[in-house]
Design a protein around this ligand. Sequence first.
Ligand SMILES: [Zn+2]
Length: 300
Amino acid sequence: MPAVHICEVGPRDGLQNAHHLMPTEAKKEWLAALAGAGLREIEVGSFVPPKLIPAMADTGEIVAFAKTLPGVKVVALAPNLKGFQRALEAGAHKVTFPVSASHAHSVSNVRMTPDQMVEEVRRCALFPHPGVEIEGAVATAFGCTLQGQVDENEVVRIAAELAGFCDSVALADTVGYANPAQVKRLFGKVRAQIGDKLDGAHFHNTRGLGLANALAAYEADVRSFDSSMGGLGGCPFAPGASGNVITEDLVFMFEAMGVSTGIDFDKLMKARQLLVKGIPEEPIYGHTPLAGLPKGFAAR
Ligand SMILES: [Zn+2]
């Protein structure tokens, strides 16, 4: 058993925010390589209206394909009951629902207040979904580009509501505002309320603090992390900034610390080549892929 669990979210969070489209067949090749590298959970797409996000139009086909990869938990994002029903039809193993703690972000993103969105997720949880896991992800938990500060008490309150009917709850730094002190404090506050239902940290590397925040979360007893290969994606509000915390660097950090990830770094580099092949115009990032592993480095 790996000591930490890494969920690759590049196919969803990365490609959804990329400036170019990756063809469906290329996505499949990439997903197979990610699974081959040892990733046991992959967020493969989102069930949002294809007109809004064309990059996610093939999510149903991609979920079906990903289910053929042995040992992989296939995750999809859904913003409402309609998306949830599509995810169930496609056969996703786990569905994640973003619930923004920022009132302004929530209204602009899903045209619902945070409380209305909590009710939407409750409606989904009440809808029959045998064997399918439901995760509530508190988005903009560390700050918001629209309203600035987000009240920590509001994050704790929403997380506690979600814990009432979700299998797990994650905290997401959707816009890359978090810092390590804040990460430790907020994960501690939420854990004090919902205990082990708190299971997942989602950071963006917008200000270069992705790894520092992941380490702070690890020190706050978090063992499940989202990351994206090549830090794929990007924020239109921060030119030059990368997307999620970078899978390759996160794997290196943990393995170098003696914390096993279950991921094979050389095979991860092969998957990275397929990512570049599938979407060659898109900038990708990563320190360890450029520098290589240190001499004599042995994974745990
Ligand atoms: Zn994200």
